[in-house]
Design a protein around this ligand. Structure first.
Ligand SMILES: [Zn+2]
Length: 193
């Protein structure tokens, strides 16, 4: 009876694992709600590092960064930063949707991103980021997340959301590329010509 019970528990656990693999995959995440996005990020991602990588100082006009252990401050900085960048991208392409709400998922690395992409592609591409129109979610690989990559995908999200019939992939890439160029230029970063 005892053995049966233990096996039964194991069986239930295995059943749960097979029913909710995604829940388990995302279990190690933190989240942050901004005006325009809900951001889920892997526990290893440092928000202070993220703010630095995204050149927060250029877009929020702040000089002093709080200490890394001041969780509240850094969360509000990152939240303001994503919303400011959203508005910058909107300005550049002249599409303003103040009711926009999207999801951002920052995965620990490309391997985890590939697992997500497996649901969309038969031949999974090795990419740093991806926007899914179906669930209005932008996925990133943490080590690859830069200012250019972020605003590029934000542009895709805005464009896809705005047009009833989304423009062709080529048109979208030209627009997203232009957004990336403009924002990098604004942040004083070297732009590839
Ligand atoms: Zn693109």
């Amino acid at each position: 009876m005892h053995i049966f019970k233990r096996n039964y528990t194991k069986f239930i656990l295995l059943l749960l694992l097979s029913l909710f693999p995604k829940t388990i995959l995302f279990a190690q995440e933190n989240s942050l709600k901004t005006k325009y996005f809900t951001i889920y990020y892997a526990q290893d991602c440092s928000l202070a590092q993220l703010a630095d990588r995204l050149h927060a100082a250029s877009f929020l006009h702040i000089d002093i960064f709080p200490q890394q252990n001041n969780v509240q401050d850094i969360q509000s900085i990152v939240s303001d930063l994503f919303d400011s960048l959203y508005l910058e991208v909107s300005d550049i392409i002249d599409i303003h949707m103040y009711s926009f709400e999207g999801t951002i998922r920052i995965m620990p690395g490309r391997e985890e991103l590939r697992e997500i992409l497996g649901a969309y592609f038969k031949k999974v591409p090795n990419v740093a980021s991806f926007y899914s129109h179906a669930n209005n979610t932008i996925y990133f690989s943490w080590p690859d997340l830069t200012l250019g990559v972020l605003v590029h995908e934000m542009a895709h999200a805005i464009i896809s959301h705005y047009f009833v019939v989304p423009p062709s992939t080529k048109v979208q890439e030209i627009l997203a590329g232009y957004v990336e160029y403009s924002i990098r230029k604004k942040a004083g970063l070297q732009v590839v010509k």
